[in-house]
Design a protein around this ligand. Structure first.
Ligand code: BF8
Length: 624
């Protein structure tokens, strides 16, 4: 997998091979290491013990393990949302000079949805909204999270009638999850998994939805914008800075001050400064500013091997420690910026919104310095491997709903419902999450998406799947007629015309980062509320075809709570428990309406997803 530079690297695929065969107990969810009597390997299958030393059953062990995965994902997105909530509060207090309310209308819409007073100045509304946000992290206010107001009301009532709703603070939700899953505490599998659903809802609303809402308010709402993708976006004669991680609070400032420091880069012999994006930071910058999508998370190390990357600037999440090893062979500086995230091999610049200008300039200046080191630190050619692909990104919920509302103000989502009823559109699949090297080998995402498109199913993507699809050409409107079935193609042409574009929408819609899965949730909400069809009956499926992170598990759990079928590959860590497998693949249908589909083969996964969509469409509209 290494680029041919006569250098030997250990890259993710190499390390994956070294890890195999992987532990069958960890894979199947049956390894319990939450206390020091074990580890115990507790399984309903052939392997392991029937009970742990404490007496824990396979169901207890698998349910506790899954619940902890969900809680970790929820904690990650909640911390992300907390940062932008605090930025908004400081904007309201007049404490920040580099950030502002860029979308006052959206701010007011959110305030109204939360039941807050939306009158007065932008800063007055920002103060109320940020207060409601911060309450969701601290002691809370009322029975549940303020941001649960953003959930489709019918499904929310359906769940709360069954006693399922998050506590009033996401911090309490995560702390409770950790407490409940300790040794000798909650042990009943279905009860534990109900806790997992509540943590998933906390993620969906006080993590994802809040994060996107407030980032749009501060940085702008995405609209379709052209960009380019793959490592070919690097420029040999420029200072290349890759921003990696998740938060636009940092990366927007790197862009801003890179522009101001162009002259300094020229003095150093460069033709300019080229900022490119990796993983979800890449998606955040691409959807708002058209910044090129250089690499997904499992390609970040490859970006260094080009020899053209002067700095990789990282904030939070999905920054693989392997990058720290690989920069040692190069002039590239790995710069961490968040004080609670340090990586061996990195240098650190502490970034704070209050000192954004000086911090961001310091980071860009270090990249310019590194450009000057290129010829002293490396004695081989820069090798930028490919020609970039064209991509249209920024197909946000706001954009889609605006186009639909302009065409049909009374009932914006009706054309989508009609297309589903007539069978031109067979369903919508949110294809989200990561690039898992285990499934990259088989190009799982590409095979799955090509099958769905050919069968008139619309894929809506976020996260690193956004990078995979951009690199494959699926975000290019020029590919619509080639990839989409006849019915879907007609829908995409109609929507492109309604949007005033000079052609169709692309066959796959890029809705942003993983936090922006909330945008898919907002589309689902709009269709449900317009049509009166509960979310648990809509022909919409969620799929994480190459999941890696605990964050993908908490997002998936939120989808299950919304009543959606959820496809995952690899299979969830549960196969050694018949009870947990039954709950998530079957029994959950009678609770939330959602259920898990486990399939690692792309063709079989596509068939399973399409039949889940067909079943729902036929139940709603009859055969079409
Ligand atoms: O949050 S898709 S590898 S970058 S977890 Fe991470 Fe997965 Fe990429 Fe964005 Ni999402």
């Amino acid at each position: 997998m290494s680029i041919d530079q006569d250098l030997e690297y250990d890259l993710p695929m190499d390390r994956l091979e070294e890890s195999e065969p992987q532990c069958p107990f960890g894979t199947a969810g049956s390894c319990c290491r939450i206390c020091y009597m074990g580890p115990c390997r507790v399984s309903d299958g052939e392997q392991g013990m029937e009970r742990g030393v404490c007496g824990a059953s396979p169901g207890t062990v698998a349910a506790r393990n899954l619940y902890r995965e969900i809680a970790a994902g929820t904690a990650s997105h909640a911390d992300h949302a907390r940062e932008i909530a605090e930025v908004l509060e400081e904007i309201a207090d007049g404490d920040l000079s580099d950030y502002d309310v860029r979308e006052p209308e959206k701010l007011r819409t959110i305030a109204e949805d939360l039941g807050l007073d939306s009158s007065g100045s932008d800063t007055a509304v920002a103060k109320r909204v940020s207060k409601a946000a911060i309450e969701d992290f601290q002691d809370g206010n009322g029975e549940t999270l303020n941001w649960m107001e953003r959930m489709p009301a019918e499904q929310r009532e359906h769940l709360s009638a069954q006693g399922i709703q998050p506590q009033e603070s996401v911090d309490k939700e995560v702390a409770r999850a950790m407490h409940r899953t300790t040794q000798g505490n909650d042990a009943e599998p279905a009860h534990l998994l109900t806790g997992g659903l509540e943590a998933g809802l906390a993620d969906g609303y006080a993590g994802l939805t809040m994060g996107t809402d407030l980032q749009d308010v501060v940085f702008g709402t995405p609209k379709p914008v052209k960009t380019t993708a793959n490592l070919g976006v690097m420029e040999e004669d420029q200072v290349n800075i890759a921003v990696h991680g998740h938060s636009p609070v940092l990366s927007e400032m790197v862009i801003k001050y890179a522009d101001e420091l162009e002259a300094k880069a020229e003095e150093a012999g460069a033709e300019g400064i080229n900022v490119v994006g990796i993983c979800c930071t890449g998606n955040e910058l691409a959807e708002r500013q058209g910044v090129p999508l250089a690499a997904h998370s499992s390609q970040a190390e490859l970006a260094v091997t080009t020899g053209a990357l002067d700095a990789m600037v990282a904030d939070i999440q999905c920054i693989w420690p392997g990058i720290g090893d690989i920069v040692e062979c190069h002039h590239t500086r790995l710069i961490t910026t968040v004080d609670y995230v340090n990586i061996p091999g990195a240098e650190h610049v502490s970034f704070e919104p209050e000192t954004a200008e000086s911090d961001a300039k310091e980071i860009v200046e270090r990249a310019i310095e590194a450009f000057g080191d290129r010829h002293t630190r490396q004695d081989y050619a820069v090798e930028i491997p490919e020609t970039p692909r064209e991509a249209l990104v920024g197909v946000s919920d706001d954009f889609v709903l605006e186009v639909l509302t302009a065409a049909n103000p009374e009932s914006p989502a009706q054309p989508i419902v009609d297309a589903l009823a007539e069978g031109h559109l067979k369903g919508i699949v949110g294809i989200v999450g990561c690039p898992n090297p285990k499934l990259r080998r088989a190009e799982m995402t590409e095979h799955l998406i090509e099958d769905l498109l050919a069968h008139d199913v619309l894929p809506v993507v976020t996260g690193c799947i956004g990078h995979i699809t951009a690199q494959a050409g699926y975000l290019d409107p020029a590919m619509t007629d080639e990839l989409a079935g006849e019915g879907l193609s007609a829908v995409l042409h109609d929507l492109g015309a309604a949007a005033g574009l000079d052609g169709p929408l692309p066959p796959v819609w890029h809705m942003g980062s993983c936090v922006d899965n909330s945008r898919i949730g907002n589309i689902v909400r709009a269709i449900s509320e317009d049509s009166g069809v509960p979310t648990r009956e809509l022909p919409v499926v969620a799929s994480a075809p190459e999941l890696i992170a605990e964050k993908a598990i908490s997002i998936g759990t939120w989808a299950l709570a919304l009543g959606l079928p959820l496809h995952t590959a690899p299979t969830l860590h549960m196969e050694d428990s018949e009870e947990v497998t039954h709950i998530l693949t079957e029994a959950l249908k009678d609770i939330t309406g959602g259920y898990a589909i486990q399939e690692e083969n792309p063709e079989a996964a596509a068939v399973a997803i399409r039949s889940a969509l067909d079943e729902r469409r036929e139940a709603l509209f009859g055969e079409a």
